[in-house]
Design a protein around this ligand. Structure first.
Ligand code: NI
Length: 228
């Protein structure tokens, strides 16, 4: 009995402090802020990317899209829409080459950058290297983005499994990897947004996530989470 009293006495200040912080700041919104970034590779793809953009707009969500350069010309409207609607756009090479296996780095990166600049204005357009790999001695002049949550959506192509894998592994400041070329991944992304928004999470671009953490992105540096 005595021991329970002691535990309660120890816990009480913490409970009161918590209560106080909630009442002062006012409700669920005031809980500790939790931010994550959804990222989508290998698009744009008509019929899939546009459905995702519709869903994100309905939910007030900003995401980050790493585009394949050679797919830009036939999807100019989708790319312009991404920029207009506040999403971050990045470079995923011109033809999805592994940059650590002798791909022409300049060709793969510059050509995509030029296509993006023509359509959306001056960069920098951050890089997500295909397969997360760059050559050891490559000189990359923009920040690079990896991820901390990978539901392997390309493998299962199953919205339920992908949703579950994300929800089991997500935490504040996660960078989540998905591919908007699969309808199952679009379904999963929107389900994840609905579930996590209900838990108080906010969805922002990778650039916003780093900025929220006071991280100043550096050229050639690889970022895996919002904290670096
Ligand atoms: Ni890819």
């Amino acid at each position: 009995m005595k021991r329970w009293f002691l535990i309660l006495a120890l816990l009480l200040p913490a409970l009161l402090w918590r209560w106080d912080s909630v009442t002062v700041t006012g409700g669920a919104e005031l809980e500790e802020s939790r931010y994550v970034a959804l990222t989508f590779d290998d698009g744009p793809k008509r019929g899939s990317t546009d459905r995702l953009l519709d869903g994100l707009r309905e939910r007030g969500v900003n995401a980050t899209f790493f585009l394949i350069g050679e797919q830009i010309a036939e999807n100019r409207d989708l790319v312009a829409r991404m920029a207009d609607e506040g999403h971050q756009i990045g470079n995923h090479t011109w033809s999805h080459q592994r940059l650590d296996q002798g791909a022409d780095l300049q060709e793969e990166l510059q050509r995509t950058e030029e296509a993006l600049e023509e359509l959306c204005g001056p960069g920098p357009y951050w890089l997500r290297p295909p397969y997360g790999q760059v050559g050891e001695n490559s000189v990359i002049e923009v920040p690079m983005v990896k991820w901390s949550v990978d539901p392997r959506d390309w493998e299962s192509r199953d919205a339920v499994k992908v949703t579950q894998a994300i929800l089991e592994n997500v935490q504040p400041d996660s960078i989540i990897l998905l591919h908007d070329i699969y309808p199952s991944s679009v379904d999963a992304a929107l389900q994840v947004v609905d579930t996590l928004q209900a838990q108080g999470y906010h969805f922002v671009t990778v650039a916003e996530l780093l900025a929220l953490n006071g991280v100043d992105p550096q050229p050639g540096q690889l970022y895996r989470t919002g904290r670096g």
